[in-house]
Design a protein around this ligand. Structure first.
Ligand code: SAH
Length: 368
């Protein structure tokens, strides 16, 4: 039993089943035993170089990803009129790879890097340390903040890859025509799903909920919605744009998407608390509505494939591969396929963009 499991059991024994959101926060961000606070989660399988992690993210697949996100940021800065000072923010920067590739390519646009006040929003001291080692030689100063409330009042360009899915969510299970909260309790001396007293109001459910059979799960994510709303409000006041990339669905739906990953494989989310990455699919429609009601323009979210292709993924890969060895060209082809292939990250991952009119450009041309 992990030390965190002992703590969780004691909590359940004294307070009853925990909301999944509380369980997730303890598992990921517990100051001593949390998965992100203590571990080195991101990276390939253990290899000769000694690097290992539990999962691979898009920036770790290829430099193409960070470079194209960099192009998007530079376009937003120019659309804002190339302000002399702006906040360049990354939420959940992981190992810092995306920001490294972004800063490298951003060096090509005069004025951009000098204007950028760089902020990294990070919960994990171990990852902040890695970010500092990688990025401090490339940009100075860098400021680490715990959440976006610490950002200054100036134009803001913010990105986040696989950040939203790490924020906690809740589950509701249909039981006798009501949607009752699913929590984490104890059964037969083991952590097990249990119900909690809270009930979801029918007005918070998508159309068709009456026809779902008993046992159907619906997920809500108040912490993700609050984050997007706060951010959209700050951007609407100070001008700017945000790009949030995650796996999830464009339309709300029913079903259990709670997922735990360890060493590149799935495990049960209630097993080995604190030792696995816990996520759930992001409901992009709900987040888009929040950003809009907080005063931002929100082009319809699109798939990662469509977004990267429109930013010039194929052209950039062609440029990097031109005149290089067959092996380099194969690696690039493989990376393009992983990032934008239909059965890989291309369709599962979605891009949510929101911002002020000036930062996004003319409505009829969309954000690209
Ligand atoms: N963007 C990176 C890492 C994704 S993993 C990549 O694509 O490789 C999620 C990241 O979000 C980690 O850096 C993790 O420490 C951070 N994180 C998770 N929950 C957080 C929270 N509540 N506040 C700030 N950062 C958080």
């Amino acid at each position: 039993m992990t030390p965190l499991e002992q703590e969780i059991r004691a909590l359940v024994e004294s307070e009853g089943p925990l909301p999944i959101a509380s369980y997730m926060t303890l598992c990921l961000a517990h100051p001593t035993y949390g998965y992100y606070t203590t571990g080195q989660p991101i990276g390939g399988r253990a290899g000769p170089a000694g690097t290992s992690g539990d999962f691979i993210t898009a920036p770790e697949v290829s430099q193409l990803f960070g470079e194209l996100i960099g192009v998007w940021c530079m376009e937003r800065w120019q659309a804002l009129g190339s302000p002399a000072k702006f906040s360049l923010v990354e939420c959940g920067p992981g190992r810092g790879t995306l920001m490294r590739d972004l800063l490298r390519i951003a060096g090509a646009l005069p004025g951009f890097k000098d204007a950028a006040d760089l902020f990294l929003v990070e919960v994990s001291p171990a990852l902040a340390e890695q970010q500092s080692r990688l990025l401090s030689p490339l940009h100075d100063p860098i400021r680490w903040i715990g959440d976006i409330a610490g950002l200054p009042e100036q134009p803001t360009i913010l990105i986040g890859n696989e950040f939203l899915d790490a924020l906690p969510f809740r589950q509701w299970v249909k039981t006798d025509d009501r949607w009752v909260e699913r929590g984490v309790g104890l059964a037969n001396m083991k952590l097990a799903y249990a119900t909690r007293p809270a009930v979801l109001s029918p007005s918070d459910l998508p159309a068709g909920h009456e026809n779902q059979p008993d046992g159907t799960i619906f997920e809500t994510a108040p912490a993700r919605e609050a984050f997007v709303e706060d951010l959209a409000r700050q951007i609407a006041t100070n001008t700017g744009a945000a790009l949030l990339i995650d796996y999830g669905h464009l339309q709300p739906g029913f079903g259990d998407t709670f997922q735990a990953v360890r060493d590149h494989g799935f495990v049960h989310p209630l097993e080995q608390p604190g030792r696995c990455d816990l996520t759930s699919h992001v409901d992009f429609a709900a987040l888009a509505r929040r950003a809009e009601s907080a005063g931002c323009r929100v082009p319809p979210p699109v798939t990662q494939a469509r977004f990267l292709l429109s930013l010039g993924l194929l052209e950039r890969a062609g440029h990097l591969g031109s005149g290089r060895s067959i092996a380099v060209q194969d690696t690039l082809r493989h990376a393009v396929d992983r990032l934008a292939g239909a059965h890989q990250m291309g369709d599962l991952f979605k891009m949510l963009v929101f911002g002020t009119d000036e930062a996004l450009g003319e409505p009829q041309t969309g954000h690209r």
